[in-house]
Structures are given as C-alpha cells and as structure tokens.
Design a protein around this ligand. Structure first.
Ligand SMILES: Cc1cc2nc3c(=O)[nH]c(=O)nc-3n(C[C@H](O)[C@H](O)[C@H](O)COP(=O)(O)OP(=O)(O)OC[C@H]3O[C@@H](n4cnc5c(N)ncnc54)[C@H](O)[C@@H]3O)c2cc1C
Length: 583
C-alpha cells in the first residue's frame, strides 16, 4: 500500500458537476484531485441542453467560446396541437425560445455531452490536471472536522466493469490513501459519497416510462431546427430538439410503470423501434424519417432531494448526488454545474483564509432551495400528463412560459446571510441576491464596447461597481471625490482590496471629459459609460433604475450575484468593511 497523499480537496466524479468544480478551483489556484470510476472515454450522462445562465457561467470561466461555436443555438420554440378534425397536428404557438430581455445569450445551446464534458476536460488537461480513472473510493473517514478538517479516503482502481451495472472488481492491493480537507461527492444519482456519509434522499418515483433517442431527421416539419413540442391525436407526447450536424433528439412517453401501455405488446423489441413506432405518426401531416439512430434509451424519473448537502462540515454533495428529477426542463446538468460554481469560490475563500469556514454553510442555504423549486416545477410539468399518457400541450407550454426565468437560470435568486438588505431605493431595478444585470457599456478611454459581465469574471474576488451617475453634475462629482478620498485614507487588505479594483460606469456620453481625479485608487482604464437611451431598457442605469444624480455602489459576489447596495459617499468604505467583517 502506498503512503498517504495530501490534497486540499478530493472531487469524486467527473461528470458535469465534478468537471465544473475542477475548472472553478483550478482557476482560483486551489490544489485538488479528481477521480472517476469510468474508463477513460466511456460515455455516461446524456445532458445536452445548456441554458442561458450556464453559458454566462462558462463565459466568466473563459470556456464558452467553443460551446458557442460548435453547439446548436436553439432560438425558436414551437408547439403543435391536434387540428380541428383531430387527425393531424397544427402549429399553435411559435416564438423565441428564450424571450427574456435580461438574457445576454437569448438562446439555449444543444450539444452532445461529449462536447460539453470534452471542453471542460480539455481545459483541465491544458492546465496540467489529470483525472484519475477508473478509480473509486472504497472507504472514507473524517479524522478531524470544523476549523481544520482532515479526511482519510481510500481509493482503488476499478479493474473490471460489466456493462453499465455496478458490479466491479477491485484490486485491493493497489489501494491509495489520500488525506484531504474536503471531499466533494459529484458522483451522480447513486452517489457513493452520499451513502457513505449516511445522507438520505427523499422524494418519489414517477409512474411513467420515457423514451429518448438521438438520430438524423429527414423531414418536412417546418420547425425541424426549433425546440418543438407536439401534442398529436395519434401519438403520445413528442419533445423534439435540434442538435449539431443536422441531428436531433426526441423524447416520448412509452408507458406507465406496471401497465406499460405501449411497451406491453412489444416485449423484446429494440428501444429505438419502440420510439419510432410510438412517434412516427405523431408528426402527421408532416413526415419524419429516423436515420442514423445513434442512441436510444428508456428511463424512469425520480424526483428526489438529499436531506442535507453536507456532512460534518467537510464533505459536500454537488449535482445529481443531491437532487434528481426529469430531464424535461433541460435542467439537471445546468443546476449541477451551478451548484459547483456556487461552492467553488466559497471553498477557495475558506482555504485561502479570506473567510470563516461558516461561509460553506451558505452553499446549502442557497442551492438546496433552488433544487426544491426545481422539484416543484418538475411536478407541475408532470401534472400536464394524465395516467393514460395523454397530455395537455397548451398547459405544458404555459408552464414553460411561466417559468422561463427559472428555467433559463437567469431568474435564480439567493437569499442567505451573504445578502444584506438596505438602500434598495437607490436602485429599485437591482434585485438583491440576483445576478448583476447584463448590459452593453463602452470603455471611456478607448470606446471599446464591453459587457457588464466582462467586469465580473470568476477570479474569486468580490467586485465593487460604482454607478455614480452624471459626473458632469457638480454634486455627483463631489460625492465621488469624497469617496475616493476616504478610500485613499483606508487600509485596504484582504477582501477590502475590492475598494482598489473598483469599476465605475458613468451616465454620460462617450465624448464627455472625465475630471482629472488625483487619487491613488483611480484608474481611467476602469471607467465605462452607459449611453443607452433612458427609455430603452437596455442600459445598466435603466435596468437598475438608478438616478443619474444620486447613483449607487454595488457590491457583487465572486459568482456575479448582487450582495449589497450602498450610497456613493464616504459611507461606501465603512459599509464595505462592515460587510466583510461578517464573512
Ligand atoms: C436522457 C437524459 C437527458 C438529459 N438532458 C439534460 C439536458 O438537456 N440538460 C440538463 O441540464 N440535464 C439533462 N439531463 C440530466 C443530466 O444528465 C444530469 O443531471 C447530469 O449529468 C448530472 O451531472 P453530475 O455530474 O451531477 O452527475 P453525472 O453526470 O451522473 O456524473 C457522475 C460522475 O461520477 C462518476 N461516479 C459515479 N460513482 C462514482 C464513484 N463511486 N467513484 C468515482 N466516480 C463515480 C460517474 O462515472 C460520472 O462520471 C438529462 C438526463 C437524461 C437521463
């Protein structure tokens, strides 16, 4: 047996959640190890829909380019229902897939899981990270917890996997012992880590059997490159999604557990045959040929959540390890990656001594309510289906439309001890706990068009964004000068360095000349202008509803969420200090 290896963090599982956490930690300079029980190259998950907020998260990590270039942008969505004669289908609703003005990327991206995971794997490989696989934990023991946690984990290579079952042979002789401060279970719905820590999943199993299939469509369906839901008089539910290279994925309802309405007469048939047979007539009067079927599967849906997201303050669960639901909302991988994004900067802040370990408790406080909301939404979606496999297309469309902000990920709002209320009147359009709005701005010194989100990259730092208003107004100018004076006279260590690296967005035209501020904290390259028309809800001042004569100072978390609002005055410094005192 080898002698123990030490690492700050052991990530168990390299699916979307584990890879995302690894990308986040690497970017923040945190040492970790990541293992997976899969044989390298073996496919596992099936996620393919990436939501607008996830694209933003990837952008802030510097990895969105390839996804945007190679994925399919799904900009349009359509709903077909039975025609008057109840023989064929007719288009009843047609519109943008993401009709949210706040979206920087107003579309979903469909990409095979190989591409999604591949981009993150390639990023890690280029940074020298090795995913150790096939490797799995065989025991875990918390030696110390609280202030300086220490966990011992024994790992063993998986030497034989039989299909996709759990039967494996382990070479006990080549066990590796690792000691780590934190262990993160990103090991999917059957999480070994969760079971080892005695954490339960609570919830239900639904009654339906779903079919899913990837293929190349040959069709005259007019919306064949749009996200399309079809309620046909001749077929069960059809959910159709365009994928790269003119391919597509189809979801359908195949049966009810126990009765297997459709499958019963088809025992022994290939999964793909069942799906083709169930759905083919559902497109009429349009035709659909299913060519080059590359994958087909039948699955049941559980709607469950872990009773807790952590154990002994040093073992955490992320992704499907702590919540499972149907893929109908295209959420699982997105929510899993958002979990990782939330936990990543917190782990880094604690390990770097910038925050107390109690910061980690806010991971569950913030992410578990999101999963609970997701389970409620999943149940609402399922209410559109009855036990005879019929579904109400208009009702389903209504659920999707009504929950668009949540489904896109843009509407996620956090409400934990990290969000401090006060001064909301200075920016009624800025919601506390909500992501900082996305808007186009112009860098004043060179007129380069940039984006507000370009100012809040995932680097582990809080950001102070000043919106002082119209600097040509003498009162606005003197309030800013007083603030700069106070900054220059303050000792700025740790998080307070945020007061050095602040960005300023003025409400003036690009040609306005800025005063010659003679302060050490002042950098003209960090000055931007918002010259959007006030009546158009595109500019940051209009979106945030900030008066150009009063202004506001916004403290933004490392993950881009607004945590507190302050006036532009000498008070900004003391309020910022007070905020970090509580961290
Ligand atoms: C048909 C289908 C379509 C879907 N479509 C979408 C979609 O469009 N959008 C979306 O967001 N989500 C979708 N999902 C859901 C999505 O696939 C999951 O939510 C997502 O994969 C969860 O990511 P994860 O990393 O938490 O877990 P997983 O993807 O399950 O990854 C877990 C990883 O841990 C490894 N592992 C497991 N046990 C161990 C162990 N003991 N030791 C070491 N490693 C271990 C596994 O090998 C795997 O690599 C879909 C799911 C299905 C079934």
């Amino acid at each position: 047996m080898n002698s123990p290896l030490y690492t700050n963090i052991l990530i168990v599982g390299a699916g979307p959640a584990g890879l995302m956490l690894a990308v986040c930690l690497k970017r923040l300079g945190i040492d970790f190890k990541i293992i997976d029980k899969r044989i390298p190259g073996q496919l596992y998950g099936q996620a393919d829909g990436i939501q607008p907020r996830t694209i933003e998260l990837w952008e802030s990590l510097g990895i969105a380019g390839e996804l945007l270039n190679r994925g399919t942008r799904v900009c349009r969505s359509a709903l077909f229902v039975p025609d008057e004669a109840n023989k064929n289908v007719q288009l009843i609703a047609d519109g943008p897939n993401v009709a949210l003005p706040e979206a920087r990327y107003p579309f979903e991206i469909l990409a095979p899981v190989q591409l999604i995971e591949g981009i993150m794997r390639d990023t890690l490989t280029s940074q020298g990270v090795i995913i150790e696989q096939p490797m799995e934990p065989v025991s875990v023991r918390v030696i110390e917890k609280e202030k300086s946690p220490l966990i011992e984990i024994r790992l063993a290579p998986v030497v034989n996997q039989h299909g996709d079952t759990d039967i494996q042979e382990i070479h006990n002789t080549s066990e590796t012992i690792i000691t780590a401060k934190y262990v993160i279970g990103c090991d999917g719905a059957r999480s070994w880590v969760r079971k080892a820590m005695g954490i339960e999943m609570k919830g239900d199993e639904t009654i339906f059997e779903w079919g899913v299939m990837d293929f190349t469509p040959v069709t005259n369906l007019p919306t064949f490159r749009a996200k399309t839901v079809i309620q046909s008089p001749l077929a069960p539910f059809i959910g159709y999604l365009p994928r790269p290279n003119r391919t597509a994925r189809i979801y359908t309802l195949l049966g009810r557990t126990g009765s297997n309405i459709i499958m019963k007469s088809e025992e022994g048939a290939e999964t793909s045959d069942l799906i083709v047979k169930a759905t083919k007539v559902g497109f009429l009067p349009y035709t659909m040929e299913y060519q080059d079927i590359s994958w087909a599967s039948i699955y049941r849906v559980k709607q469950m959540i872990a009773t807790q997201y952590s154990a002994q303050d040093c073992v955490f669960l992320v992704g499907d390890a702590c919540h499972v639901h149907s893929p109908l909302g295209g959420q699982g991988a997105n929510v899993s990656m958002a979990d990782a994004y939330n936990l990543g900067w917190k782990l880094a802040a604690v390990l770097k001594g910038q925050a107390e370990a109690s910061l980690l408790k806010t991971y569950e406080d913030e992410r578990r309510p999101i999963a609970l909301d997701l389970l409620s939404l999943d149940k609402e979606i399922f209410k559109c289906f009855d036990s005879e496999l019929h579904f109400d297309g208009l009702a389903l469309g209504g659920v999707y439309m009504g929950n668009a902000p949540f489904l896109s990920g843009l509407g996620i709002t956090y409400n934990s001890s990290l969000i401090k209320s006060g001064n909301e009147d200075l920016a009624p359009g800025l919601k506390l706990g909500y992501r900082f709005p996305s808007a186009e701005i112009l860098r004043h010194c060179d007129w380069n068009a940039v984006h507000t989100h370009d100012l809040i990259q995932y680097d582990g730092n809080f950001k102070l964004i000043l919106l002082p208003g119209d600097i040509q107004n003498p009162e606005v100018e003197s309030a800013l000068i007083e603030l700069l004076f106070e900054m220059d006279n303050s000792e700025l260590r740790g998080h307070l360095k945020v007061l050095r690296d602040f960005k300023t967005i003025f409400r003036v035209p690009r040609t306005a000349s800025l005063p010659a501020f003679g302060h050490s904290s002042w950098l003209y390259e960090n000055c931007y202008v918002d010259e959007n028309e006030a009546q158009e809800l595109h500019g940051i001042y209009a979106l945030a509803d900030v008066s150009p004569y009063k202004g506001v100072a916004v403290l933004v978390r490392p993950d881009g969420y607004v945590c507190t609002l302050m006036p532009i005055s000498t008070e900004t410094v003391s309020l910022t200090k007070a905020y970090f005192d509580t961290l």
